[in-house]
Design a protein around this ligand. Sequence first.
Ligand SMILES: NC(=O)c1ccc[n+]([C@@H]2O[C@H](COP(=O)([O-])OP(=O)(O)OC[C@H]3O[C@@H](n4cnc5c(N)ncnc54)[C@H](OP(=O)(O)O)[C@@H]3O)[C@@H](O)[C@H]2O)c1
Length: 244
Amino acid sequence: MNPKHKTALITGSAKRVGKTLALALAEDGCNIVVHYGRSAAAARETVREIEARGVSAWAFAADLSDEAAVAGIVPRALKLAGRLDILINSASIFPPEDFLSADPKTWDTAMMVNLKTPFLLSQAFARALPDGTPGKIINLLDVVAMRPQNHHFSYTISKTGLAGLTQAMAVALAARNVQVNGIALGAILPNVNDDPALFTRLAEKIPARRTGSPADVVQAMRYLLAADFVTGEIIRVDGGRHLV
Ligand SMILES: NC(=O)c1ccc[n+]([C@@H]2O[C@H](COP(=O)([O-])OP(=O)(O)OC[C@H]3O[C@@H](n4cnc5c(N)ncnc54)[C@H](OP(=O)(O)O)[C@@H]3O)[C@@H](O)[C@H]2O)c1
């Protein structure tokens, strides 16, 4: 798919990785629906930066832990933009907990925001695509989903589920010319609550001896959008971290 003159809905795209993907797609001529949670001012700025690239942009908030709010996202995006060709599930929560400290409430919220919401949005997106119109879904995963560690427990399991969902949806939608793929990120940006020095030290554990950047994720996104015979694939963007 050539993203020019298409429209993409990107969850959690007011800031960070989602924003970088939005700006890159805007550079490729794609109109963008910016979904955000709490970052209203950042979302307005992202819309401004997208429009400066010569395409259209819209932004609205919806709480991804609230199923009723999630149900309104695709209809609202369609009303604003008129069409949707690409869905990128980027928003996520990252609660700090190990297996013994994980509690059922955190588990439920992580499963809702990180797994059930991508399912519901993908289903609504696919249902809304007119017959014969191609579509693309990209889910943002984490290399820990394929190589679990004993930290961020509910998050890890939600991303493992999202990897399974990616492949199951790829099978379900392949005949309709909708490709569903994932990008499993390694260390790209430090978590907002973490000590930045901790993030820098992570580089020692990465075969590439460096952390990545959102631009590395953009390369994978562009490949997956261009590749119409690739579906159910999960590209690791982690400098080889999953290998060691
Ligand atoms: N950054 C990395 O190094 C890294 C590593 C591995 C995997 N990943 C994955 O890559 C994706 C993007 O990473 P990131 O670091 O950019 O993500 P992030 O900053 O942790 O989260 C992105 C956005 O998700 C939105 N969000 C969270 N809970 C929400 C809710 N209940 N309702 C609405 N919005 C909600 C927030 O929007 P608001 O700010 O508007 O509230 C937030 O800005 C995520 O799926 C993440 O798991 C990232």
